[in-house]
Design a protein. Structure first.
Length: 221
């Protein structure tokens, strides 16, 4: 019996190892830079200076100029119009998200550096579910970092990570909507946690956001 169990465990470990190798070398490179060609991946963007680690870029091409897309970006945030993603999935993590699929004037207040963008209800996660705007240029860039990272930037230090949205015109009538995640100086343990718990859910929710804003811009703007 012990021999059988040991053989069974070895088979399970072998399958898991093969799946992990396939994911790491075949699937992961695709999801990390989904939709972004080499030019977009290497494109220098304003928020890049805030971090010193790896950067990954995802993108969709929208048939509209930046000015038509920007109002949807201004509305992001749990306290505004949500993130245009899988609301049910976000709410599994107690975000209390409610997406708004129209432009509303009350949600169009201009954002500025230092503003809080809530990722979840402020009463959840001991009030820690938020990002802070580190750099913003209307119809061009919207860069966010964590609260402690914003304090670090104010001291001239690098952030441990950032999440940024950019509008990069390809022509007068088409625009690349870019989402770039940038890493910083974090521990090996933090990298492992992000690898196994964050990357795939973030990919699923981010591409839904990119595609939803594309659809809304092209059909409702």
């Amino acid at each position: 019996m012990r021999k059988f169990l040991s053989k069974r465990r070895l088979q399970i470990l072998s399958v898991i190892s093969i799946l992990l190798i396939c994911y790491h070398f075949m699937v992961r490179p695709i999801i990390l830079d989904w939709g972004a060609n080499q030019t977009l991946q290497e494109l220098p963007l304003s928020g890049d200076t805030f971090t010193s680690g790896d950067r990954h870029t995802r993108a969709v091409l929208i048939n509209a100029p930046p000015e038509k897309i920007w109002p949807w970006i201004v509305q992001i945030g749990q306290e505004r119009g949500g993130f245009y993603s899988h609301q049910w999935l976000e709410n599994l993590f107690f975000a209390d998200m409610k997406n708004v699929y129209r432009i509303e004037s009350k949600l169009q207040q201009p954002r500025s550096v230092g503003d809080t963008v809530w990722l979840a209800n402020r009463e959840r996660y001991h009030g820690g579910g938020y990002q802070v705007i580190a750099e913003i240029t209307p119809a061009r860039s919207y860069v966010m970092v964590g609260g402690s990272d914003f304090d670090r930037l104010q001291k001239g230090l690098k952030a441990s990570g950032s999440w940024a949205l950019y509008l990069y015109p390809q022509s007068d009538s088409t625009t690349w909507f870019i989402a770039r995640s940038s890493g910083g100086d974090i521990s090996f343990g933090e990298k492992v946690i992000r690898y196994f718990t964050f990357e795939v859910p973030h990919f699923i929710m981010e591409i839904r956001m990119l595609n939803t804003i594309k659809r809304l811009t092209e059909t409702k703007s």
